[in-house]
Design a protein around this ligand. Structure first.
Ligand SMILES: Nc1nc2c(ncn2[C@@H]2O[C@H](COP(=O)(O)OP(=O)(O)OP(=O)(O)O)[C@@H](O)[C@H]2O)c(=O)[nH]1
Ligand SMILES: [Mg+2]
Length: 533
């Protein structure tokens, strides 16, 4: 089969939203309808078939939230799908943003009772900047929801994007009966199943089909007809070009937990979403058909499976063909490496993969030198610079209370730092060797402590550090220039993991004051990207 054909059948997308809108639930239902699992997210499915749930870490189960993104690859209807479920909580946005660099489109999930929530808006902004096409799923229509027309209006007003309803909800809350597919003019009426484990039975017919009409009360039917007429009157048509340009979003209604509208979303998404396309790096365009294999690492995760205590680097293939055992150029070390342990991923399950094509996300095991953002390619001229870095806003020392376990503590922490679970800083001219952790949000501290204990058997103790703001100094600043700086009270000099100099300030005011009084020493509020030896 030609590489062109392989590229055209790939769909690589992330599910994004504010916490709790239903991303993980929708992910499981897409797997159910995509035929990748027979039972959604149940314990039986775990035992008898495959591990279906995409929330695999113990801490996630405990808290009921996703704290890390999950990769799932499966085939459906002639497509090879690479689906990435992301965490919604803002403390984990570094992980989510890295995932956004690896996908070609997103499904944005909205809780129909709540409308557009703050974290959804932020993620949307990132997608818009990157020009990523966005598909919208209005979830939880089985609960009292906002007026669907108001929800569309909110998309246009708050996000400034055109919204095209592909289907329309019939009733809401307890009376939510299904959706009307405006593309085929068919009503899809669903029945609930216990716990939503199985596909929901559905009856399909046109608006006036007596079999379908008979299932609806007059109020629901009349309201639906009236709303549909209004939409028709507005006269908008599905504009593929606007969707692909990220200017308009197709909107699907449904309920993930009840399996309503999931099939229509899956099929509609696959039909209109883009296959992998070219990436532009430093002015050069790298097409997926480029004969050179290339890709970049956007995520590293250790100990995904307690059976294999190892570390997986997730690479998004961008061009050419991947063959197991191939030798590639590794950008960070500038060395040649052979990729012999490659896997396709399904949550925490993995299977050896011999070949992969643009759009695929595969896991590479056994390369400790790989870091987030690294390029692997057979053409050393290709260098991706995709991964964003975030400004930490919370700082704490991490103590090791048990000196007998220093080795586990240090090894565990180094591993977690390499995964990018959290950032760390080292104070300049400090005799104290206690690591200073720097987080985008405080839940990251909790994840570090939990994983140190459960994966490395190392206890730890947090101590709040007196700073709240970090700023990066110019990368070319010399040590004697650092000596000469006069810092405001309470501020300290430190280095990040790339050995770039930073200043820690007690507060924003103090950082601004320093900036005002040291015009010759411009500070950056976003992390600099260089790594010094
Ligand atoms: N009523 C109703 N509840 C739903 C629906 N879909 C999901 N939920 C519930 O919403 C809650 C959150 O669902 P998740 O799928 O974990 O949400 P999430 O977006 O993955 O959350 P984070 O990963 O933590 O950001 C769970 O209790 C789900 O059972 C739905 O269609 N209707
Ligand atoms: Mg989730």
């Amino acid at each position: 089969m030609s590489i062109q054909h392989e590229i055209q059948k790939r769909r690589t997308f992330a599910i994004i939203s504010h916490p709790d809108a239903g991303k993980t639930t929708l992910t499981e239902k897409l797997l159910l309808y995509g035929g990748a699992v027979q039972l959604a997210g149940s314990v039986t499915a775990r035992k008898n078939q495959r591990a279906t749930t995409s929330d695999w870490m113990e801490l996630e189960k405990k808290r009921g939230i996703s704290i890390s993104s999950t990769v799932l690859q499966f085939d459906y209807d002639g497509y090879r799908i690479n689906l990435l479920d992301t965490p919604g909580h803002k403390d984990f946005s570094e992980d989510t943003y890295r995932v956004l660099t690896a996908v070609d489109s997103v499904v944005m999930v909205i809780d129909s009772a709540k409308g557009i929530e703050p974290q959804t808006r932020k993620l949307f902004e990132v997608c818009r900047q990157r020009g990523v096409p966005i598909f919208t799923f209005m979830n939880k229509c089985d609960r009292p929801m906002k007026d669907p027309l108001a929800l569309l209006d909110e998309l246009e007003r708050v996000l400034g994007i055109g919204a095209f309803p592909v289907n329309w909800p019939i009733g809401d809350g307890f009376d939510f009966r299904g959706v009307y597919d405006r593309q085929t003019s068919q009503m899809h009426l669903f029945e609930r199943t216990v716990g939503g484990k199985y596909r929901a039975p559905v009856s399909v017919g046109d608006l006036h089909d007596p079999a379908v009409r008979g299932q609806l009360d007059d109020t629901t039917f009349n309201r639906t007809v009236e709303e549909l007429e209004m939409l028709e009157h507005a006269g908008e048509i599905f504009d593929d070009a606007a969707v692909l340009a990220g200017k308009s979003t197709p909107v699907f209604f449904g309920s993930a937990s009840n399996n309503f509208g999931v099939q229509l979303l899956l099929d509609g998404f696959l039909k209109h979403s883009p296959a992998p396309k070219s990436r532009v790096m430093g002015g050069i365009e790298i097409a997926p058909e480029n004969p050179a294999f290339s890709g970049f690492i956007f995520k590293i995760q250790a100990n995904m499976d307690p059976k294999h205590r190892d570390r997986i680097a997730f690479i998004r293939v961008c061009s050419g063909k991947f063959d197991r055992d191939m030798t590639v150029h590794h950008s960070r070390s500038e060395k040649k490496v052979r990729l012999s342990s490659s896997h396709k991923l399904f949550g925490n399950e993995r299977e050896t993969v011999d070949e992969a094509y643009p759009g695929d996300v595969i896991g590479l095991v056994g390369h400790d030198s790989f870091g987030i953002g690294d390029t692997l390619t057979t053409d050393p001229k290709i260098l991706y610079k995709e991964i964003p870095r975030f400004t930490p806003e919370a700082f704490s020392y991490l103590h090791n209370p048990n000196t007998g376990k220093y080795k586990q503590f240090r090894q565990g922490l180094d591993q977690l730092l390499q995964e990018g679970v959290i950032q760390a800083l080292y104070l300049r001219n400090s005799a104290v060797k206690t690591p200073l952790l720097a987080a985008v949000g405080p839940l990251q501290f909790e994840v570090v402590q939990f994983r140190l204990e459960s994966e490395y058997g190392a206890e730890s103790r947090l101590e709040a550090a007196p700073w709240n703001v970090v700023r990066w100094l110019p990368t070319d600043i010399k040590e004697d220039e650092l000596d000469a700086l006069s810092l405001p009270t309470g501020a300290r000099l430190a280095y990040d993991l790339g050995k770039n100099a930073v200043i820690l300030f007690q507060n924003e005011w103090s950082a601004n004051y320093f900036g005002e009084t040291n015009k010759n020493c411009p500070l950056s509020s976003v992390p600099v990207q260089t790594v010094k030896e």
